[in-house]
Design a protein around this ligand. Structure first.
Ligand SMILES: C[S@@+](CC[C@H](N)C(=O)[O-])C[C@H]1O[C@@H](n2cnc3c(N)ncnc32)[C@H](O)[C@@H]1O
Length: 164
């Protein structure tokens, strides 16, 4: 096979297989990232998890605000880009290449997600479990999708804040 076609095919499959486990890659724009971080309102030194951190843009914006970030990303190409993007903040940002459903999440103060509707119930369950393991509250900022059966604490456009 032509090497260009082979490379394009491999890249296509890497991006496509992630859909079996979560949302496909679609980056959050700068304006929404900043508004999301404003709404999360975490203090410098607090920890934010990003479930599916894509190319690391939100993680980087959070690090600029002094937050500690753990970003999970299943797509190895994006995980590498996210790692490179946040290299300057390596003391604050950890990029984990893996499936966030299968990871032991560290204690955290906030979580940022841009998932899909069909994963929101599962996410809610996982955060409730996490909350039982830690004393401090967890703030969840979901871009675009609501958590079924849970009341938002705040909303701005398609940004939804929840408190656990
Ligand atoms: C909609 S994109 C959002 C990217 C980033 N959070 C942003 O807002 O710019 C969802 C990301 O989650 C990743 N992803 C999907 N399922 C995943 C899983 N189970 N574990 C880790 N990453 C996953 C995808 O590869 C993709 O980069």
């Amino acid at each position: 096979m032509n090497p260009v076609v082979l490379t394009a095919t491999v890249i296509f499959f890497i991006f496509a297989f992630v859909i079996l486990f979560g949302a496909p890659y679609l980056p959050t724009m700068k304006k929404q990232s900043e508004e999301a971080l404003d709404m999360l309102a975490l203090k410098p030194g607090q920890t934010m998890l990003e479930l599916g951190c894509g190319d690391g843009r939100v993680a980087k914006a959070a690090a600029r605000r002094g937050l500690k970030v753990v970003g999970y990303e299943l797509n190895p190409i994006l995980a590498l880009i996210a790692w490179l993007q946040t290299l300057k903040y390596r003391g604050q940002v950890k990029i984990v290449w893996g499936n966030y459903w299968r990871q032991d999440w560290p204690d955290c103060d906030g979580i940022f997600v841009f998932l899909l509707d069909k994963y929101m119930k599962k996410l809610d369950k996982k955060i409730v479990q996490k909350k039982q393991q830690q004393a401090k509250p967890i703030r969840l900022l979901s871009y675009t999708f609501l958590v079924p059966g849970r009341k938002t604490s705040a909303q701005k456009g398609a940004l939804f804040l929840y408190k656990y």
